[in-house]
Design a protein around this ligand. Structure first.
Ligand SMILES: [Mg+2]
Ligand SMILES: [Zn+2]
Length: 183
């Protein structure tokens, strides 16, 4: 039997439309709009014992619309806002047709996080606003939560399989996930 006692549950977070307002190919810190409730939601999840990771597809890099450095500036701004609440940022810079193994709904980024940080995937969650976020969680065998911000209200209708939870936003996601720990 595998010893899972040293493993930690995690919340894998989509970035655009989930933590921040959806902006098509966000590349400039000036255009970054963090939802007013995001930090509090992340605090609640961290206090409940989850490690937090951002997992984001950034094909704007592969398309030449912006550079990795531009993206790192955005992530630096998020770190400035959230402090150490987010343990790590994982991103896929590739184009959809490049056939990489890291673009969501593929699971290479989650597997990397799980091995780098010792994650208990069965007790972890993927939270996002798109069908591919939910599919990523299902592929990695985490629980899944669709937020209605960003593309979430539209993508609710095109999901192949229902997620564990459908919520209004990241604040309600945190509330519901923490409540489930007490049941
Ligand atoms: Mg998104
Ligand atoms: Zn990739």
């Amino acid at each position: 039997m595998t010893d899972t006692t040293s493993l930690t549950p995690a919340i894998f977070l989509d970035r655009d439309g989930t933590l921040i307002e959806e902006v098509n190919f966000l590349s400039r810190v000036e255009d970054l709009r963090i939802f007013p409730y995001t930090k509090n939601a992340l605090e609640r999840l961290a206090e409940a014992g989850f490690l937090l990771f951002v997992v984001t597809n950034q094909s704007g890099i592969g398309r030449g619309l912006f550079t990795k450095e531009d993206m790192h500036e955005i992530h630096k701004a998020l770190r400035a806002e959230f402090g150490d609440l987010i343990t790590d940022f994982y991103y896929c810079p590739h184009l959809p047709d490049e056939g990489c193994d890291c673009r969501k709904p593929k699971t290479a980024l989650i597997e990397r996080a799980a091995s780098e940080h010792g994650i208990d995937l069965a007790n972890s969650w993927f939270i996002g606003d798109k069908d591919i976020d939910i599919q990523t969680g299902m592929n990695a065998r985490t629980r899944t939560c669709l937020v209605s911000t960003g593309y979430g209200s539209k993508h609710q209708e095109i999901l192949d399989e229902p997620p564990t939870l459908i919520v209004e936003n990241i604040a309600e996601a945190a509330e519901r996930i923490v409540a489930l720990l007490r049941d």
